[in-house]
Design a protein around this ligand. Structure first.
Ligand code: 6GU
Length: 286
């Protein structure tokens, strides 16, 4: 997968070189180019924003700067800083690498009616966007080329986004109901959620099948050794060796936690008879 990020703060994207994403870069499964938007500014002051038509607070990012930037990135002719993995070159194989489970890509790309599936995906982070969620991460993990356009101030002139639809499949997305200063941190969030789902990056698909949200439920608690710590015991069932009981316990814990923390999620979950019986014990009548 190729990621390109256009931003006025290129150094903000440095975390993409580390940990799992650094490993994906090291493995050749990912490359990341970061582009300084000011490289497309045309005046001596390298200005990228201006006051909004119609008045109001803040500044709006200029179309004459963003337009050519996104044209050049789509054409592959933009000057870029290539992010290099922060990891040592002879990174030891991890548990997932050696497990040997086949890398299965996720079905189902995010291609809308009338869109050319061969166009790159342009993600525009904005608090006014459609909420980003795990199904988006899953679909976008199948993309070959994703470009992120980081706005600051009050956003980017809307015509930039409208015009970009000639060269991209465009998605304006929000990462939650709060306001950030700019899109850079949202890009870090989205890139991490997407890249970990690229086949082979986390080792195997099974690693994701137990994630929170993969079955629509929150994941329950986890435990490791020692069996007793500061007077607190690991739930006995987990040390029983009875796999059927352990699986049922995990499912019940996920149901309980989801009911307590995100009850609205239960609406979208396929519940069987045992699930319903357990939820009823907890006082939930769905
Ligand atoms: Cl994606 N961008 C910005 N600037 N603020 C946000 C956001 C995105 N999601 C929530 N707040």
């Amino acid at each position: 997968m190729r990621l390109d990020v256009v931003t006025i703060f290129p150094e903000y994207l440095d975390p993409l070189r580390h940990a799992l994403l650094g490993k994906a870069i090291e493995q050749g499964r990912l490359s990341v180019g970061v582009h300084d938007l000011r490289g497309w500014a045309t005046d001596v002051h390298k200005s990228v924003d201006d006051s909004p038509f119609g008045g109001g607070p803040g500044m709006v990012m200029k179309p004459e700067v963003w337009g050519p930037a996104l044209d050049d990135v789509a054409a592959g002719t933009a000057a870029a800083t290539e992010l290099e993995s922060s990891l040592p070159h002879l990174a030891r194989p991890t548990h997932d690498d050696v497990e040997g489970v086949e890398a299965t890509p996720y079905e189902g790309r995010d291609v809308r009616e009338g869109e050319d599936p061969s166009l790159p995906l342009l993600i525009v982070p904005t608090p006014a966007g459609k909420p980003f969620a795990q199904p988006d991460a899953r679909a976008w993990s199948r993309e070959e080329h994703i470009v992120f356009a980081c706005g600051r101030y009050e956003g980017i002139d809307q015509r930039v986004v409208d015009d970009a639809a000639h060269r991209y499949r465009v998605r304006e997305v929000s990462i939650g109901d709060y306001v950030l200063i700019g899109g850079e941190v949202a890009v870090l969030v989205i890139a991490e959620a997407v890249v970990r789902l690229i086949p082979g990056v986390l080792g195997n698909k099974r690693s994701h099948e137990e994630d929170s949200f993969s079955d629509g439920l929150l994941e329950g608690p986890s435990y490791t050794k020692p069996r007793e710590w500061r007077g607190l015991e690991v739930p006995e069932v987990l040390t029983s060796g009875n796999h059927a009981l352990v699986d049922r316990w995990h499912r019940d814990q996920a149901l309980k936690r989801t009911l307590e923390r995100r009850p609205e999620l239960l609406e979208g979950v396929a519940l069987d008879k045992k699930d319903r019986a357990y939820l009823k014990e907890l006082g939930f009548e769905g």
